[in-house]
Design a protein. Structure first.
Length: 133
């Protein structure tokens, strides 16, 4: 989770400096790293950005996470892909502000999920986790 908080700070700094594309990217990376922390806690590591969202779906199926968080991660993952691989992507200040707000909420939700999982299992590993590749 430390990486997620670092990327949140980077997103805020970038937004304040007017580097809106960088802010949007950093916001996504904070979401990605907070979600990735769930995989790590369960004893897995990701093989792709896509797989992180797919892994979170197991918590949706178990009614431990709302589907909107997976949808948001997918949305910002696609936006990250566009910003890195398309020449015509330009974020606005409104985009950067919205992505930062979402990232703050997302990281908080992943931290809460992490605590819920720890409490439910009595450990830091989900008992019946499936390895996604």
């Amino acid at each position: 989770m430390r990486a997620a908080y670092k990327w949140l700070e980077d997103s805020e700094r970038s937004l304040k400096a007017g580097a809106v594309n960088s802010s949007v990217l950093a916001s996504y990376l904070s979401m990605f790293h907070s979600a990735r922390a769930i995989l790590y806690m369960d004893g897995y590591r990701e093989k792709s950005h896509y797989c992180v969202a797919r892994y979170l779906e197991r918590y949706v199926a178990a009614d431990q996470l709302e589907a909107r968080w997976v949808d948001l991660l997918d949305h910002y993952r696609a936006q990250r892909h566009e910003s890195q691989y398309r020449f015509n992507f330009v974020a606005t200040v409104a985009d950067a502000e919205a992505s930062l707000k979402t990232a703050i909420e997302f990281v908080a939700r992943m931290a809460a999920l992490k605590e819920t999982i720890k409490g439910a299992t009595g450990s830091t590993r989900h008992r019946d986790a499936v390895h996604y590749t």
